[in-house]
Design a binder for this molecule. Sequence first.
Ligand SMILES: Cc1cc2nc3c(=O)[nH]c(=O)nc-3n(C[C@H](O)[C@H](O)[C@H](O)COP(=O)(O)O)c2cc1C
Length: 203
Amino acid sequence: MKKVLINFAHPARSHSKINSALRAAVQDIKGVTINDLYAQYPDFMIDTEREQVLCETHDVIIFQHPLYWYSTPAIIKEWMDLVLEHGWAYGTTGKALEGKIFLQALSGGGDADTYQREGLNRFTIEELTSPMQATANLCCLRWLPPFTVLGAHRGLPHAEIEAHAEDYRRVVLALKNSTLDLDIAGKFPFVNSDLNAIIKGHN
Ligand SMILES: Cc1cc2nc3c(=O)[nH]c(=O)nc-3n(C[C@H](O)[C@H](O)[C@H](O)COP(=O)(O)O)c2cc1C
């Protein structure tokens, strides 16, 4: 069984519908650690050693967050700046993350059609998440396309949010049980584009 670390970052947790539902759907799974970065570090004083040990003791690293200005909330950037040290995460001797699986789980206010070249936001989610992909690549992580929930601004119905939460649970369980086909998943724009195509057996 793989151990799954979820680095959760939402600056306004009490207003969250999507990320709260996603988190609630996975928090009881044995072997899943939820590391709430804003709760842990309200003053942004990130404990680098604690975070590195958490990464070292897990096989799958997920960053779960709402999209903020086409990127992550600020604490994830701070986390990356401090935790991903040369000689630990990258560089000739920096192999601490090698072979671990990396997934970004994000929600956005804009609908899918706004994240197209001709759409309001001009860039695709794939393009906007490319710095994360590049980081994963440099750190020898096994990158997966992001788990993506879009359309928050139109007020997603409760049932739709719950369906996404159930999909998130399936993905996390499949990562834990090694029943998610990483090669096939990599061919889709989002890890949750077609779960039946990428998860072997039933979860
Ligand atoms: C400061 C700020 C920046 C945001 N930037 C974006 C953005 O760039 N793209 C987008 O689609 N939504 C953006 N949003 C909307 C949030 O992503 C959206 O409200 C959130 O994903 C909904 O998830 P939640 O219910 O867990 O809060 C932004 C919201 C805030 C408060």
